[in-house]
Design a protein around this ligand. Structure first.
Ligand code: PHE
Length: 465
């Protein structure tokens, strides 16, 4: 791949003109970057624990339906808007609205998306820090002989230590913004190239190990037997929110990556592949983790600590567990980093293009703000754990606000904008699907089923459906 393949991560100077923004060198690089964005903590950390909290199979089924009916059509729309607009999310919405003669207020959807990504990154970095803490612990044999109780205590000790949490969280932020701002030209592409296959192989090893513990079938039943009596209204909203989160939607990430996509690439095919890879990783993570949860008498609904409590038990017992465990947490940290990079890029592009400041300044500015905000998440696990709003800590509130409210509502806005404010002709040209039937299918889905799906989930959650 050529030197300038990662234009996103490499340009240091402020580019306010679309010509100077740079492009991915190929469709393959875009696919890697988009998959790198999608696959992250959402798949391996969040999916298992929210599945556990929401009773298993029925939740998984609703989540998969949301990916299919809402996530994939919206992913295509976002990449299309980015590529057509060739600007940060706000700029892209503004341009397309202008072309369509629609209200200029649509651009607020872009601003809110940028804000969503920014807020998410502030807690995402802290959680990614947990993986950084666990990698050396695994490599040095720190998990030997752990059982459910001692593993829980180990994780509890990490959460209780604000210095450690803030230290690792700051490191993640520094790495993320360092890559985005100073431009390690091929860093992103190179790490993605070995990361994706590597992560996949490690997950397969873990699934293989989990399958031999004897509680595999219980996990399979838990994940795939849909018992809707276990899924409350909130659970349906969580499934919808997670479909957005895991595909990096409604946060500017896919849109800004789309804005660096060369013309002529099939958005439809790439989006489908990204969604497929993302879903596969999440299901594998579930199959690796739940057999261990059941085998060790742990609680599936234990919450955000689930993988950090279950997996170390396995690493402490399995042959080569030190190495496998170390590699696993390193890979998880890198997977989180490639997602974090995509979470930060919309803010950087927005700041530098809207206010005409250099990328370097934009990085510094957002870095300071992100760091301060990340402390809120850090303290919500210790000093501020008693301070709650509607029974939620700072971290829980931020997660709920962004993932379950801002993302679905922002996504709804984007769908309505694409399907109803833009003309069919504009969209067809911008998307570049050659087969008219395929385009027609997507277009109808996007105009009707996708927005209705989001609305139904909201009404259901409010108890009105
Ligand atoms: N999709 C990423 C994950 O699953 C998180 C993310 C959300 C990244 C939004 C970018 C934008 O971990």
């Amino acid at each position: 791949m050529s030197q300038d393949s990662i234009a996103v991560a490499s340009s240091v100077d402020g580019n306010s003109s679309s010509e100077g923004r740079g492009l991915w060198s190929s469709r393959w690089v875009f696919f890697l970057a988009a998959t790198g964005s999608a696959v992250g903590l959402g798949n391996i950390w969040k999916f298992p624990y929210i599945t556990g909290e929401n009773g298993g199979g029925a939740f998984v089924l609703v989540y998969l339906a949301c990916i299919l009916v809402i996530g994939i059509p919206l992913l295509m729309a976002e990449v299309m808007i980015g590529r057509r607009g060739r600007a940060n999310p706000e700029g892209a919405f503004a341009l397309l609205a202008k072309v369509a003669g629609a209200s200029r207020h649509w651009r607020w959807l872009g601003t809110v998306a940028v804000l969503t990504g920014f807020l998410i990154l502030s807690f995402y970095a802290v959680v990614a820090g947990w993986a950084l803490d666990y990698a050396p612990a695994a490599l040095s044999g720190g998990f030997a002989g752990l059982d459910g109780e001692s593993s829980g205590a180990l994780f509890g000790a990490l959460l209780a230590d604000p210095w450690k949490l803030a230290g690792y969280g700051s490191l993640v932020l520094a790495l993320t913004l360092g890559i985005v701002g100073l431009g390690v030209r091929e860093g992103l592409e190179r790490s993605l190239r070995f990361l994706m296959p590597g992560l996949f192989v490690l997950l397969l090893i873990l699934v293989g190990y989990a399958a031999t513990t004897g509680h595999f079938m219980q996990a399979v039943h838990f994940l795939f037997d849909a018992d809707f009596s276990k899924l409350g209204g909130q659970g349906v909203l969580v499934a919808l929110g997670h479909a957005f989160f895991t595909l990096s939607l409604a946060s500017g990430a896919m849109m800004v990556y789309g804005s660096y996509l060369p013309a002529g690439t099939s958005i439809a095919r790439t989006s489908l592949l990204v969604a497929l890879a993302d879903t596969l990783v999440a299901l594998l993570a579930g199959l690796a983790i739940f057999p261990l949860v059941f085998a060790n008498g742990l609680e599936p609904g234990a919450g955000p600590g689930l993988i950090f409590v279950t997996l170390p038990i396995a690493f402490g017992q399995m042959p080569l567990g030190q190495l496998v465990g170390g590699l696993f947490f390193i890979m998880l940290a890198i997977a989180a980093l490639t997602s974090a990079i995509s979470l930060s890029e919309p803010t950087i592009a927005w700041l530098s293009e809207k206010f005409g400041i250099s990328r370097f300044k934009a990085v510094l500015l957002s870095g300071v703000a992100l760091w301060l905000l990340s402390l809120g998440t850090v303290f919500s696990f210790n000093a501020w754990s008693e301070i709650t709003l509607f029974g939620k800590t700072f971290f829980d509130s931020l997660d709920y606000l962004t993932t379950n409210l801002m993302m679905p509502l922002g996504g709804l806005g984007t769908v309505l904008f694409t399907g109803w404010a833009l003309s069919r002709k504009t969209v067809q040209e911008a998307l570049g699907i050659e087969q008219p039937q395929l385009f027609g299918l997507w277009w109808q889905l996007l105009r009707w089923l996708t927005p209705l799906g989001i609305l139904i989930v909201f009404l259901h959650t409010l108890g009105l459906f």
